[in-house]
Design a protein around this ligand. Structure first.
Ligand code: SF4
Ligand code: SF4
Length: 126
């Protein structure tokens, strides 16, 4: 199986094997929003065996009309509260938000490949 993912209309490709040694650069580092939809909130709450309300109070904050997953500051790094340093993985991987599941293929990066390369070591030119 090829370890390169390409998507039509994206000027770059992605090698998922880079994640093994990357230490979650897309889940840590600079502060950013990790937006979740109502549907995603319900799925994550179910995965964690929490009510939607309990989950929201513990793990979300409001940004405008949207909700984002909270971060924790460790040293100079702002890390998603669900990033697990010990395993270099996502604690809610099975229910992770679409924003995470579709990274690095975001429209935003189509014209910002250099910016993306700084964020993600798995990006290669096509
Ligand atoms: S930044 Fe890229 S290589 Fe690193 S964990 Fe995220 S997707 Fe994988
Ligand atoms: S939800 Fe999971 S994949 Fe998304 S930023 Fe947090 S740790 Fe990373």
């Amino acid at each position: 199986m090829s370890d390169i993912i390409k998507k039509e209309s994206y000027p770059y490709a992605f090698t998922p094997s880079a994640c093994a040694s990357c230490e979650g650069k897309c889940c840590t580092g600079e502060s950013g929003y990790i937006f979740v939809t109502k549907n995603e909130i319900e799925k994550i709450a179910t995965l964690l065996d929490l009510s939607v309300n309990e989950f929201g109070v513990e793990y979300l904050y409001k940004k405008g009309y949207k909700y984002s997953i909270k971060e924790v500051k460790i040293g100079d790094s702002y890390e998603c509260v669900f990033y697990d340093r010990a395993t270099n993985g996502c604690k809610i991987y099975a229910a992770r938000p679409n924003q995470c599941a579709t990274f690095p293929f975001w429209d935003y990066y189509k014209t910002r490949v250099d910016e993306l390369k700084k964020e993600c070591p798995g990006i290669i030119d096509v």
